[in-house]
Design a protein. Structure first.
Lengths: 111, 115
């Protein structure tokens, strides 16, 4: 089992729709969770992080964390073509403190 | 310069060459990281320095040698690399790698091609 799992996609949504990106993790002791966006040929850019169960909103982005089910998700409201990128989920391990990345989900927002 | 910078942005080298990658952070952070990103694979952590001390070596081959002279600068020395080492090498920094609530910020990366 991979430590951090994401569906590689591509996930295709029409412009203006809600994009839902999901991530599961195996280390039950994980304490902090991050979403990065990576455009093709560029480096990862932090979108947001979440530490507590529940929802955290930042503009059009909402991160959701459910530690009991070991999943974290990212919702993008009013998706724009400029949101087309690969979204990386990263989990900071409970034991090692290392940041473990998923493979990323490619999002395509079609005009 | 702001954030995390890396030089060179692109590097082509032969298997017998020796080269170095440089990373500099202007964020006042105390932890720096090297990651490798290959196609179709997750980001792989290579090395971690926290307050100039190496705290992580993720079973990286000895042909990769890190150096951290101070909290703002990080190098990755390369020698006798293999073609499979071709990848995007990313540097990151954070305030304190030992803290759970610690966020990493990435540089633009060096695209390395080994011939």
């Amino acid at each position: 089992q991979k430590e951090v799992e994401q569906n590689s996609g591509p996930l295709s949504v029409p412009e203006g729709a809600i994009a839902s990106l999901n991530c599961t993790y195996s280390d039950r002791g994980s304490q902090s969770f991050f979403w990065y966006r990576q455009y093709s040929g560029k480096s990862p850019e932090l979108i947001m992080f979440i530490y507590s169960n529940g929802d955290k909103e930042d503009g059009r982005f909402t991160a959701q964390l459910n530690k009991a089910s070991q999943y974290v998700s990212l919702l993008i409201r009013d998706s724009q073509p400029s949101d087309s990128a690969t979204y990386l989920c990263a989990v900071k391990g409970g034991n090692t403190g290392k940041l473990i990345f998923g493979q990323g989900t490619t999002l395509q927002v079609k005009p | 310069e702001t954030g995390v910078t890396q030089t060179p942005r692109h590097l082509v080298m032969g298997m017998t060459n020796k080269k170095s990658l440089k990373c500099e952070q202007h964020l006042g952070h105390n932890a720096m990281y090297w990651y490798k990103q290959s196609a179709k694979k997750p980001l792989e952590l290579m090395f971690v320095y926290n307050f100039k001390e190496q705290t992580e070596n993720n079973s990286v081959p000895s042909r990769f040698s890190p150096e951290c002279p101070n909290s703002s600068h990080l190098f990755l020395h390369l020698h006798t690399l293999q073609p499979e080492d071709s990848a995007l090498y990313l540097c990151a920094s954070s305030q304190d790698g030992g803290q759970t609530l610690d966020t990493q910020y990435f540089g633009p990366g060096t695209r390395l091609t080994v011939l």
